[in-house]
Ligand binder design. Structure first.
Ligand SMILES: *Cc1c(COP(=O)(O)O)cnc(C)c1O
Length: 487
């Protein structure tokens, strides 16, 4: 999962109001261990989406434990988890019900394969996912992360068309949005549009058709919603028409393109994509890896546009942020294209060592149970309303160009004062705001100059207010010192 880079961070030295260091007295023995760990981290670990040269010169944040919306480093300093540990945690860290479900499963078996055998947690979870997913999605194929959930959907789509009678093997092209992000494997990168992440691999990626993202703040057509009539979708129809009989599927994130910078889609957008796919008989692949499991205020974002995709990709929040688990859901229509005799060779030849992992499925079942018990969705909607109000004061800051929110995911786009001009890449304003937040006890991870806030769904009102206060203070601080050379 992306982020641009790590900023040089001095160890926290403030005390008093801003300090979050809970137990400075304990520092003696633990700090000695900590520095050893920090040394070994730099010596042995290669961190994702991280410039390791900078990391090596930095004091690494080593999270030792967590509780609820809080994470604690090895020195005892505590931080609000403003990224939900990169968009996966839902009900807080160390939630009793999920902890227990994993412990219970552990006493039975940690893992057994789904190749040639079944397992209770994977069966029960599949049934539950089908019950909760948009009507029409009836089959669950497991994998272990978001990239593989997308990979599986792409392969299913291509093989689906090959196995039509008569075969429609020419349908093997995909349409995706500009700035799309669907994962880091070669297939999922191919349907992505993040030049910074993908440029080294361009020659490896299969070609796809890109259509404009509905980025209203920087409208690619220089129009305004709603008078534009969502004209950015016209190119989608044009490609579907021009490449008639060659498009296997259209892949989109529903309601919000998260990694693209929380680009929220205008109402009706997804439903129109659905209608166009139906009109030109292309499969609709909806990637709910970020939006799924309550993030947007409904269990799945598709529901808000009354859309059933042909393939639905899930991961991140699937286990409540406990264990890696991905799932690709398919309709009967897709599934049935794979049925035949052994000699027909119509089998979906795909699977991972840990497909349908029992611990992961048990955690996912407990996760869904918590949604019911704690009425999570109702609370998310309440918190989302509060967050909207809290972000209003942030929107008035001179450096804030646009505030975009969908449920409990928010992006704050930083721009040079009073303009829509982006800051230079080297100014790293997003990273600077994140560094200020960390000093004040909030962990966030920006995407370029879009400051991202994705709190756990279980965040309390107080915690959410605190997150917003820290964000505001950090933005002001960075604004005041923006011309000063970075420390
Ligand atoms: C995070 C993400 C992915 C990739 O998931 P991983 O588990 O990191 O491989 C794919 N699609 C979307 C929309 C995502 O947000």
């Amino acid at each position: 999962m992306p982020v641009m880079g790590n900023m040089s961070l001095k160890p926290e030295k403030k005390s008093g109001r801003r300090a979050t260091r809970a137990k400075p007295r304990e520092s003696g023995r633990r700090a000695a261990g900590a520095s050893k760990l920090a040394r070994w981290d730099k010596q042995y670990v290669w961190h994702p989406f991280t410039q390791m040269r900078e990391w090596e010169n930095d004091v690494p944040l080593i999270i030792e434990h967590g509780k609820g919306a809080w994470l604690y480093d090895e020195h005892g300093a505590k931080y609000l988890d403003g990224t939900s540990s990169i968009w996966v945690n839902l009900h807080g860290h160390r939630h009793r019900a999920i902890d227990r479900a994993i412990e219970r499963q552990l006493r039975k078996v940690a893992h057994s394969t789904l190749l040639g055998a079944a397992s209770p947690p994977s069966i029960l979870l599949a049934r539950e996912l089908v019950r909760l997913a948009p009507k029409g999605l009836t089959r669950v194929f497991y994998s272990d992360n978001g990239s593989t959930a997308v990979e599986v959907a792409l392969k299913m789509a291509v093989q689906y068309w090959r196995q039509q009678r008569p075969p429609r093997a020419r349908r093997r092209e995909f349409i995706r949005l500009d700035a799309a992000y669907h994962g880091d494997t070669v297939g999922s990168m191919s349907v992505g549009g993040q030049p910074l992440f993908h440029r080294s691999f361009q020659d490896l990626l299969f070609p796809t058709h890109a259509v404009p993202a509905p980025y209203c703040y920087r409208c690619p057509l220089q129009l305004r919603f709603p008078s534009c009539g969502t004209a950015c979708l016209d190119p989608l129809e044009q490609i579907l028409k021009r490449r008639r009989g060659r498009i296997a599927g259209v892949i989109v994130e529903p309601l919000v393109q998260a990694v693209a910078g929380m680009i929220t889609q205008p109402p009706g957008y997804l439903a129109r994509v659905r209608a166009l796919c139906a009109k030109y008989d292309a499969l609709l692949i909806v990637d709910e890896v970020a939006t799924g499991f309550g993030r947007t205020g409904t269990m799945f974002a598709c529901e808000q546009e009354r859309v059933t995709p042909d393939l639905l990709c899930l991961a991140k929040g699937c286990t409540g942020g406990y264990l890696p688990l991905g799932a690709t859901l398919a309709t009967d229509r897709v599934y049935e294209a794979f049925l035949g005799t052994h000699d027909d060779r119509k089998t979906f030849f795909h699977g991972h060592s840990y497909t349908g992992n029992a611990l992961g499925c048990a955690a996912a079942l407990a996760n869904l149970e918590v949604f019911k018990k704690e009425k999570t969705l109702a609370r998310v909607r309440k918190r989302a309303t509060l967050l909207r109000a809290l972000l209003r004061s942030l929107a008035r800051e001179p450096m804030v160009g646009d505030v975009r929110q969908c449920g409990l995911m928010a992006g704050i786009e930083l721009v040079a004062d009073g303009t829509r001009a982006p800051f230079p890449f080297a100014a790293r304003m997003g990273d600077r705001v994140a560094a200020e937040c960390r000093r004040r006890g909030l962990l966030i991870r920006p995407i370029g100059d879009v400051v991202i806030l994705v709190p756990p769904l279980a965040v309390s009102e107080r915690e959410l207010r605190r997150m917003a206060d820290i964000l505001l203070a950090a933005c002001r601080r960075v604004h005041e010192t923006r011309r000063a050379p970075r420390r």
